[in-house]
Design a protein. Structure first.
Length: 198
């Protein structure tokens, strides 16, 4: 007697696999829809009326003691308050508020190489790799206009941007901006030392 194989078992397995794949695809689509709801959820436009709050305004005043996200957490300790006071003093300074020593210049060089050198080049001559590939060339730090510019000018340009340069105020801490300014001054001196030093 000859035993024949039934064909319904492989067909059933294929159908089950197809249904499982379809169910998994539908579940993933549902997850994406939930993720979209998270990103595109209800929101209030600033300075518009809102029935959600008693005062009728969508804009909310900051809660006492809060610190902006980009500035980190202000510790309740005296050292945390001192650090915040130092940051505020650095933001208000008109010239480099720190002693110019090798530690400051090392920090400035490190930050300069990360944020500035791609466009300004490591020499500060405006011929960085980004500029070589078609981005507008920034001015050289070694021109007279920038040699005589006040320290605060460089700090403000780093903070707010200038021309096509994007602002870095939210990425570079105030003390690091001043370290970069100190390093720019060192670059300027390296290319044109004062006459008495020659």
């Amino acid at each position: 007697m000859r035993v024949t194989r039934t064909t319904w078992v492989p067909a059933f397995a294929r159908t089950t696999s197809a249904l499982a794949a379809l169910a998994a695809a539908m579940a993933l689509v549902g997850c994406e829809r939930l993720a979209r709801n998270m990103y595109d959820g209800a929101k209030e436009k600033p300075l518009r009326p809102s029935a959600a709050f008693e005062d009728g305004s969508s804009s909310r005043p900051p809660i006492d003691g809060t610190v902006e996200h980009a500035r980190g957490v202000l510790a309740s300790t005296s050292s945390g308050r001192a650090a915040e006071d130092g940051r505020i003093a650095a933001e208000r300074a008109t010239a480099i508020p720190y002693p110019i020593d090798m530690a400051l210049l090392r920090r400035g060089r490190e930050r300069f190489d990360i944020y500035c050198a791609p466009c300004h080049s490591r020499l500060g001559d405006g011929d960085g790799m980004v500029a070589r590939r078609g981005f507008p060339h920034p001015p050289s730090y070694h021109i007279d206009r920038l040699r005589t510019a006040p320290d605060r000018h460089f700090y403000d340009v780093i903070t707010n941007g200038h021309g096509v340069m994007y602002p870095y105020g939210d990425r570079v801490a105030p003390e690091d901006r001043w370290a970069i300014v100190a390093y720019i001054r060192a670059l300027q001196l390296s290319q044109d030392p004062p006459r008495e030093a020659r």
